[in-house]
Design a protein around this ligand. Structure first.
Ligand SMILES: *[C@@H]1O[C@H](CO)[C@@H](O)[C@H](O)[C@H]1NC(C)=O
Ligand SMILES: *[C@@H]1O[C@H](CO)[C@@H](O)[C@H](O)[C@H]1NC(C)=O
Length: 475
């Protein structure tokens, strides 16, 4: 497609366009070698244009990895891109600030909030230095910073950044866009249990969205979801349900031209509220609808896996273990395929799938799953985390069930030791483990026959919502 004599920036440009076409056709894997090639061509010491072409290649490659759900690869590319850009433009250029914020967003997606905060602060410093006071760039930085602080639990700082962002946006004539910041402000008030102020912020956003986007726009739905969450939290279940229904009216008959993901994520949000009201059938129905909408979309594999794992938990809670097993299996297949470093979320999903296997008497498969869960959770959370300890207990119980008593005892001794060390001996959890261990030791000394005892007595069956790897910025 691209011709030309000696390697030149024109060729680079051509490769970028070729890659973009592959991406628009959904052929991300084809785009990657093209972009990798494009990055090799420019020679930084040839000057600014070369360096910026290299920078552009890295950023496009990062976007392509992101579409494949490979966040680590994507962050690696953006980071190198940023370094190249800084080399040529200097550390204080506003464009470098933009890239810092972009990279910060990617870190938020990868749940790396400390790094996200550092980069976002850098963007903010650059933009404060360069721009006019209360510029739109600064507002965008503060908006992201507000979200990061909120996620990190620093609600007061979040509020300050968000309020400053909203003032800057109003000053720059962006009244319509300010509604989404008002939503975030409401979320922060909600976290601070300042409910009246939260309602006020949400109502303000609702009014703006209704006039600027229309009564049936999903943005309006997203405010209904927030109000539903708020009223559920304050125990006003009737109001909460009524807002859920208002939101569903919008999501179930979407107006044309709305991106599918927006509808699917709205359905997921409403589902979470029904789930917290313990209306699991309704919650499952909505998640199934969201899955049907995503329809295996590329770039959404991690989100889809998160939904499937969530469905697995709910099916488990409803006692439908076959369906629970199937949901986890689908989720885990997708997470394995993404080729990413295995996250804690992955470990938790494996552990839960193991529990479903136990219910289905597939003990050998359960052992494999618990073993893998244990090693991932050890790595991600360390040996003292409750989730890791849960996986240890489950593994011990299944070893016990298949007659590997020595292995079971070894693990339980380890768990008891660690729980005592961390939690103190007075903790009921420790007593529980000790009792299990004593039982096992007693039994190991006896005729080895486990059939009399139910495996379930031993399992750590805390089925609870798993938090998917996706961003939970929108509550
Ligand atoms: C909704 O209300 C239920 C029952 O009062 C409560 O258990 C649940 O935690 C609430 N959900 C949220 C998201 O706060
Ligand atoms: C489990 O759920 C599936 C899907 O909703 C359903 O078809 C099946 O009948 C359920 N099985 C049991 C035992 O409830």
């Amino acid at each position: 497609m691209c011709s030309g004599g000696k390697p030149s920036l024109e060729l680079v440009m051509c490769l970028h366009v070729t890659a973009a076409i592959y991406c628009s056709l959904g052929q991300y894997n084809e785009a990657i070698p093209v972009l990798e090639h494009s990055i090799e061509i420019p020679v930084i010491k040839e000057g600014q244009e070369h360096a910026l072409a290299k920078f552009a290649g890295y950023m496009q490659l990062g976007d392509t990895f992101a579409m494949l759900g490979q966040l680590e690869n994507s962050i690696r590319c953006y980071t190198t891109g940023l370094e190249v850009q800084m080399q040529v433009l200097g550390e204080a250029d506003p464009r470098v600030g933009e890239t810092c914020r972009y990279l910060a967003e990617a870190h938020v997606q990868a749940l790396q909030f400390d790094e996200a905060k550092r980069l976002c602060q850098k963007a903010l410093d650059i933009h404060k230095e360069n721009g006019l006071p209360a510029s739109l760039e600064e507002a965008a930085d503060r908006r992201l910073m507000g979200l990061i602080c909120e996620i990190k639990g620093d609600h007061e700082a979040a509020l300050e950044h968000l309020v400053l962002a909203s003032m800057a946006m109003v000053a720059n004539g962006q009244e319509a866009e300010v509604a989404s910041v008002d939503c975030s402000i409401g979320d922060t008030y909600l976290s601070l249990s300042r409910y009246d102020e939260a309602v006020f912020a949400y109502q303000k956003a609702l009014t703006v969205y209704k006039t600027s986007k229309g009564e049936n726009h999903p943005a309006v739905g997203s405010v209904f979801v927030r109000l539903a969450d708020l009223y559920n939290r304050t125990g006003k279940i009737r109001e909460s349900k009524s807002y859920c229904e208002n939101a569903l009216r919008i999501y179930e008959k979407p107006i044309p031209g709305i991106p599918h993901e927006e509808i699917a994520s709205g359905l997921t949000d409403v589902s979470a509220i029904y789930e917290s009201m313990n209306e699991l059938e309704q919650a499952l129905k909505l998640l199934q609808k969201a899955l049907d909408i995503y329809n295996d979309a590329p770039g959404q594999q991690n989100t889809i896996a998160g939904i499937e794992a969530q469905m697995g938990v709910m099916y488990y809670m409803l006692g439908n273990y076959t369906e629970s097993y199937n949901s986890f299996k689908n989720a885990i297949l997708k997470l394995r395929a993404s080729g990413e470093k295995k996250s804690a979320f992955f470990g938790i999903a494996l552990n839960q799938m193991g529990l479903a296997c136990v219910q289905l008497y597939a003990i050998n498969e359960a052992v494999e799953l618990f073993e893998e869960a244990k090693s991932i959770l050890e790595q991600e959370y360390g040996p003292y985390h409750p989730d890791t300890l849960g996986a240890y207990s489950n593994l011990a119980a299944t070893y016990d069930a298949i007659g590997r008593w020595d292995d079971a005892i070894k693990i339980l001794e380890h768990v008891v030791g660690m729980r005592e060390e961390k939690l103190g001996t007075a903790n009921p959890d420790v007593d529980d483990e000790k009792r299990r261990l004593a039982e096992l030791l007693k039994e190991a000394g006896r005729v080895r026959n486990t059939r009399g005892r139910s495996l379930e007595d031993l399992l750590d069956t805390n089925a609870r919502p798993v938090n998917n790897g996706g961003i939970e910025i929108v509550q």
